[in-house]
Design a protein around this ligand. Structure first.
Ligand code: NAP
Length: 254
């Protein structure tokens, strides 16, 4: 039995990396998937790939930091599939700099995608899910939402914000008896285009220094995170809300 059969899911930043793996896994497990991203070419490929493997998916061009585009993306989802059951607020950007080197512009850009985007998705996701009678929202935070890194000042702030905002929204939905659960996911370093950009490939000192941060001795794969998201998306986690699922190879255990 597919684990999210009959559900409708929207995954932001679904063109690459963790979003792509999540969209494909949810589709394999029976969901109809709305893939959204600013990267149109790669996003369309993901939706087409799902369809050619027998699943159901559409692509919508969508900047997660834009309120108008959120309204349009949710409306298109409802127009196409009639409901929304699962929302994965995955779109995010990295910004590598310490507090002294971070400009206000870079700070605001990071918050606008990583934090405003999650806020907007959660707000409009709740509105749509109330009409569908409930649902599950999964917000991508990070180990960087739990522990500090001197060279990730703006990113740390955005991901810490996602962590505690998720709890506030989860409590609100629980107390209102909406049947909407909201949780955050906290990956360690996972081999995606975002991390590839930081290390310039696997054969570098920077790559090895990231590996060394993980007690298991290697970085994660996108499916390591997608499996956690699948659990939170499915009814198997029906008693789970406001929690933080850490998937990090032991990074934050030490
Ligand atoms: P990625 O490889 O960079 O992929 C992110 C996707 O999101 C890209 O397709 C990107 O498009 C898109 N995107 C960027 N800005 C967007 C916006 N404003 N609206 C919609 N889409 C946008 O990133 P990833 O590694 O898969 O990370 C996914 C999420 O997990 C992020 O929130 C990240 O912070 C979080 N995370 C990742 C790791 C990790 O190690 N990979 C660890 C912890 C948390 P473009 O390529 O065109 O920019």
């Amino acid at each position: 039995m597919a684990r999210v059969a009959g559900k409708v899911a929207l995954v932001t930043g679904g063109a690459l990396g963790l979003g792509k793996a999540t969209a494909e896994m949810l589709a394999r497990e029976g969901a109809k998937v709305v893939v959204t991203d600013v990267n149109v070419e790669e996003g369309q490929k993901v939706a087409q790939g799902i369809a050619s493997n027998g699943g159901e998916a559409i692509f919508i061009e969508h900047d997660a930091s834009s309120e108008a585009q959120w309204k349009a993306a949710i409306q298109s989802t409802l127009d196409t599939y009639g409901r929304l059951d699962i929302l994965v607020n995955n779109a995010g950007i990295g910004f590598l700099a310490n507090v002294e080197e971070t400009s206000l512009e870079a700070w605001r850009k990071t918050q606008s995608v990583n934090l405003d985007g999650v806020f907007l998705g959660t707000k409009y996701g709740i509105e749509a899910m109330r009409k569908s009678g409930g649902g599950s929202i999964i917000n991508l935070s990070s180990i960087e939402g739990l522990v500090g890194d001197p060279n990730l000042a703006a990113y740390n702030a955005s991901k810490g914000g996602v962590r505690i905002f998720t709890k506030s929204a989860a409590l609100h939905c629980a107390r209102q008896r909406y049947g909407i659960r909201i949780n955050s996911v906290h990956p360690g370093y996972i081999w995606t285009p975002m991390v590839e950009a930081v290390t310039n490939g696997t054969d570098t000192e920077k790559y090895q220094s990231l590996v060394d941060l993980h007690p298991v001795g290697h970085l994660g794969e996108p499916d390591d995170i997608a499996y956690g998201i699948l659990y939170l998306a499915s009814d198997e986690s029906k008693f789970v809300t406001g929690t933080e699922l850490v998937i990090d190879g032991g990074y934050t255990a030490q």
